[in-house]
Design a protein around this ligand. Structure first.
Ligand code: GLU
Length: 378
């Protein structure tokens, strides 16, 4: 476990607030919580720190507004609730920030907005304009229009993307526990809060499996995955309690929540783009040996470890790397060979590439400099 650093030099941060922080038992929005958060953000802004809020709670607030207790099964019904709740959510944020003389700007996004280069740059410019105007951007997924393929589903993943797009060195995820524990503190009295995480081990990810609640989508697991993305991009991530958060003290280095340290091998811009924004065009299914070489040794992917190719793609496209078609990808990278060429060289030793294809090419199918691990739990 590493030492807790001071975060005093941080001038920009993204704060993600979960549904369970913002809504109570009856699904109604807890105004005092929002007021407290707005006061915290106000204090940070007074110190010249730029803040983006990623606020969940639209579906939850929609349930509360309609007097419903359970989460609807049908997607259009959930989308309708999100559209009702989003209005309530923004009204309350607007009101809370008005006490500090700040305006809020609603930014609703879907995963597609981050994958398309044009809309990515557009969105980036919108954020920068809002910052110049001194307005607090309040971001949520555009739940009432997002379709399954272009949906994050949980705002933990979304907030990691937002930290990337605004280039914030810190993401603070506020939730209903005061950090990550060695075991589930709800049923294990021995569980201890982890103060600093310098490396997210597969054991840590596994220990935090399980979902939060019906309405709030993510649990601790999606938060750790988000922390993994953020720290790989060379940024800090803190997971802390949203009930009584003290962000000023957190930045002063007080031992609050769990702080994930940036990976020393933080990705450069290119890797950042691969991890956060690029859209993959296909999938490479690899064997166990290749997976272990990539995840444990940080090696490049060679043709010999590839078993199957899914999709059509060209040289230079981004592809996902997984062990099976139904399994989640554990890495993403830029392929040096097209799907067509890979069909012919899969499983072969690199020394045979030229002979089989009739033309030369790099020894690696995905070079380690073009490869990013995206899921540490496997
Ligand atoms: N976007 C969803 C909402 O506002 C929440 C997703 C999440 O809980 O992570 O209701």
């Amino acid at each position: 476990m590493g030492k807790r650093p001071q975060l005093k030099n941080i001038r920009r941060l993204v704060i993600k607030v979960g549904t369970r922080v913002l809504t109570g038992e009856d699904n109604l929005i807890l105004r005092p919580r929002i007021d407290h958060l707005a006061s915290q953000v106000g204090q940070l802004m007074e110190r010249g720190i730029t803040v983006v809020l990623v606020s969940s709670g639209a579906v939850g607030a929609g349930l509360g507004e309609m007097g419903l207790r359970s989460y609807p099964r049908l997607i259009p019904n959930r989308q309708a609730l999100a559209s009702i709740g989003q209005v309530q959510l923004m009204k309350i944020w607007e009101h809370a920030f008005a006490n500090y003389g700040k305006l809020v700007g609603q930014v609703l996004v879907t995963a597609g907005d981050f994958q398309n280069r044009k809309s990515y740059v557009n969105l980036q410019n919108t954020f920068e304009s809002l910052f110049r105007l001194g307005v607090v951007p309040v971001v949520n997924e555009n739940d009432s229009v997002a379709v399954r393929e272009l949906r994050y589903g949980d705002n933990d993943a979304l907030s990691a993307q937002v930290a990337g797009i605004v280039d914030a060195p810190l993401l603070v995820v506020l939730t209903d526990t005061d950090g990550v524990y060695t075991a589930n503190p709800r049923n294990d009295p021995e569980a201890k809060r982890i103060s600093v995480v310098d490396y997210i081990t597969p054991e840590l990810t596994r220990a935090t499996k399980g979902k939060g609640s019906e309405v709030s989508i993510g649990g601790m697991r999606t938060k750790i995955l988000a922390a993994g993305l953020v720290t790989q991009a060379g940024k800090y991530c803190a997971i802390a309690s949203g009930a009584d958060c003290d962000l000023v003290s957190l930045l002063e280095g007080k031992d609050l929540g769990t702080l994930f340290l940036p990976r020393a091998d933080g990705l450069k811009r290119r890797k950042h783009w691969i991890a956060f924004t690029s859209r993959s065009r296909g999938k490479l299914l690899v064997d166990e040996g290749a997976r272990s070489a990539l995840t444990r040794k940080g090696s490049s992917l060679l043709s010999s470890g590839i078993r199957e190719i899914v999709g059509r793609f060209e040289t230079g496209d981004v592809v996902e790397i997984a062990c099976g078609e139904e399994q989640p990808a554990f890495a993403k990278g830029v392929t040096s060979y097209s799907a067509e060429d890979l069909e012919r060289i899969k499983g072969l030793h690199s020394s045979r590439i030229e002979e089989v294809l009739g033309h030369g090419g790099p020894g690696e199918v995905v070079h380690k400099d073009n490869l990013v691990l995206i899921n540490t739990e496997q």
